[in-house]
Design a protein around this ligand. Structure first.
Ligand SMILES: *[C@@H]1O[C@H](CO)[C@@H](O)[C@H](O)[C@H]1NC(C)=O
Ligand SMILES: *[C@@H]1O[C@H](CO)[C@@H](O)[C@H](O)[C@H]1NC(C)=O
Ligand SMILES: *[C@@H]1O[C@H](CO)[C@@H](O)[C@H](O)[C@H]1NC(C)=O
Ligand SMILES: *[C@@H]1O[C@H](CO)[C@@H](O)[C@H](O)[C@H]1NC(C)=O
Length: 412
C-alpha cells in the first residue's frame, strides 16, 4: 500500500495533488481489423497554457478501454481546441505518464467529490526496476512521442483488467501525469524546456523548502530539472511579449485486443541510467535519480556517457525496446552481462516546422524488435545501460530505457 505521503516525496514525477477530476470529454472511434485489433482515440480534459507557463497536472480517471484486454499500442500528442497538432516549439511536451491505480468502488463518489486521494486508492506500478514509486508508469514519453512506435508485435500484449487479479470491491483506473511547457515568447526556449531554475519565477524560499528525490532539501547547486518545473511557474519572457492563453488537451490512441488464450502477456520494465544500485547482500537496492545534469566539459569533445549496472531479478525474452531521452541524445544502448548488445535506440531530430518534425527537437527514438526468442535475459543477469548525450551543459537530462519481456515464447 502506497500512502500519499510516500507518493508526495516523489511527487514531481507523479502527482501534483492539485487534481483536475474527470469531466473528461472523449471522442472514441472503434474499428476492428482481421487480427481483431480494436482501436479508439480519446481526448483528455483540457488544461490551460499561456506564454512561458508550466503546467504539471494529474488527470484522474481517464477514458480507457474496459474489460479484460491486451493492449498493443498507446500513442499520445498535444492538440489545440480545434484538434490541430501543437508543435513542440509552441508547447513542449516534457512528459506524459499513464499510471494505473485501483479504486475502492464504495468510495468512488466520495473521491470524486472531495478530491481526497488519501483513502480508497492504491497505485499499481510497472514491473520495475526503480525503488518505491519512482517511474511507475505503463506508458509514457515526451517530445519524442509522435515519432516513437509503441506497437507490440503479435501475439504479445500488456494484459489489463483481468478480473481474477483485481482486488475484490476495487476497480482498475488510469491517470495521466503530465508536464507541458509553453515556450511561446520565452527568452530562452531551450532553457525553459530543460527546466533551468534561474529562468523561472520561483518563490524566494525555493531552496529552503523544496526537497529532492531523496527527501532532502535541494542543493543550492541544483541548476535545473523536474523540481524547478512546478505547476503554474512562469519561464522568463522576452520583453513585452504578449500572447493568448490556449486550452489544450492530450489526444491519445489505444489499440487493443479482447483477451484470449492466444495472447502472450509481457512484463514492462523501465531502467534508469542514473540508478546507483547497491546490494544488501541478497537483494538489489535501486537508487534511481530519474534525471541528471550534464556539465560543460571544455577539455575534450567526447560525448557524455552515463552508465548503470542493473541486475534483473527476473529475466525473459526481449520483445520490444526503446528509450525516453531528451534533445541532445546521441544514442543509448542496453548490454547483457557478457557485453552483447541487447538493443540500441537512436534519436531522430526534426528538420522542419510541422508538428512531429520540429527543427532541432528530438522527435522520435528508434525501437528494437528482435525476432521473438532470439534475445534472452537470464534471471539475475546484470545489464549495463549506457546513455550518451552531446558534450554540452544540460539540465534535467533523462536516460530511461523501456523493455518489454515475455517469460514464454509460444511454439511456432
Ligand atoms: C472500501 O471503503 C469502505 C468505505 O470506506 C470500507 O468500509 C471498506 O472496508 C473498503 N473496502 C476495502 C476492500 O478496503
Ligand atoms: C533560507 O535559508 C537561509 C539560511 O539557511 C536564510 O539565510 C535565508 O534567509 C532563508 N531564506 C528564506 C527566503 O527563507
Ligand atoms: C535485504 O533486503 C531484503 C528486502 O528488503 C530483506 O528481505 C533482507 O532480509 C535483507 N537482507 C539483509 C542481509 O539485510
Ligand atoms: C553511439 O554513439 C557513440 C558516440 O558517438 C558511438 O561511438 C557509438 O558507435 C554509437 N553506438 C551505436 C550502437 O550506434
Amino acid at each position: 500500500m502506497v500512502t500519499v505521503r510516500t507518493i508526495s516525496n516523489v511527487a514531481m514525477i507523479l502527482l501534483s495533488i492539485m487534481m483536475l477530476l474527470s469531466c473528461t470529454t472523449h471522442s472514441a472511434v472503434l474499428e476492428s481489423n482481421e487480427n481483431h485489433i480494436k482501436s479508439a482515440t480519446f481526448l483528455s480534459e483540457k488544461f490551460e497554457v499561456g506564454p512561458g507557463k508550466i503546467v504539471v497536472k494529474t488527470l484522474l480517471d481517464i477514458d480507457f478501454p474496459r474489460g479484460h484486454i491486451g493492449v498493443k499500442s498507446f500513442d499520445v500528442e498535444v492538440v489545440d481546441e480545434d484538434g490541430n497538432s501543437v508543435p513542440l516549439y509552441e508547447t513542449y511536451l516534457h512528459h506524459w505518464f499513464a499510471v494505473k491505480y485501483i479504486e475502492n468502488i464504495t468510495m468512488s463518489e466520495y473521491i470524486k467529490q472531495s478530491h481526497d486521494l488519501s483513502n480508497g486508492i492504491e497505485f499499481e506500478r510497472n514491473d520495475g526496476a526503480c525503488q518505491g514509486f519512482l517511474l511507475p508508469h505503463y506508458w509514457g514519453l515526451g517530445g519524442e512521442s509522435r515519432g516513437t512506435y509503441s506497437n507490440l508485435p503479435d501475439p504479445f500484449t500488456v494484459e489489463l483488467g483481468n478480473p481474477a487479479q483485481i482486488k475484490h470491491e476495487f476497480k482498475e483506473k488510469w491517470l495521466f501525469s503530465i508536464m507541458v511547457i509553453d515556450t511561446r515568447g520565452t527568452h530562452d526556449r531551450k532553457g525553459c524546456t530543460e527546466c533551468r531554475c534561474k529562468l523561472m519565477n520561483l518563490p524566494k524560499d525555493f531552496y529552503n523548502v523544496t526537497t529532492g528525490i531523496d527527501g532532502q532539501l535541494l542543493s543550492k547547486n541544483y541548476k535545473g530539472g523536474l523540481f524547478c518545473c512546478q505547476d503554474n511557474v512562469q519561464c522568463k519572457l522576452r520583453n513585452g511579449f504578449r500572447g493568448p492563453t490556449r486550452q489544450l488537451s492530450l489526444r491519445y490512441k489505444i489499440r487493443w485486443v479482447d483477451w484470449d488464450e492466444h495472447q502472450v502477456p509481457l512484463k514492462f520494465y523501465i531502467l534508469d541510467s542514473t540508478d546507483r544500485v547497491r546490494s544488501n547482500g541478497s537483494t538489489p537496492i535501486h537508487d534511481c535519480q530519474a534525471e541528471y545534469t550534464i556539465p560543460r566539459n571544455h577539455d575534450n569533445d567526447f560525448p557524455h556517457v552515463k552508465k548503470a549496472d542493473i541486475p534483473m531479478t527476473k529475466g525473459g525474452y526481449l520483445i520490444y525496446g526503446t528509450a525516453h531521452m531528451h534533445t541532445g541524445v546521441v544514442n543509448t544502448t542496453l548490454y547483457g552481462q557478457d557485453g552483447r548488445v541487447l538493443c540500441t535506440s537512436n534519436p531522430k531530430y526534426g528538420t522542419g516546422k510541422e508538428a512531429g518534425n520540429e527543427k532541432g527537437y528530438l522527435v522520435g527514438m528508434s525501437v528494437c524488435y528482435p525476432r521473438p526468442g532470439s534475445i534472452k535475459i537470464e534471471d539475475g543477469e546484470i545489464l549495463t545501460l549506457e546513455s550518451i548525450y552531446e558534450n554540452k551543459f544540460r539540465t534535467g537530462a533523462m536516460g530511461h530505457f523501456y523493455i518489454y519481456l515475455a517469460e514464454q515464447i509460444p511454439n511456432q
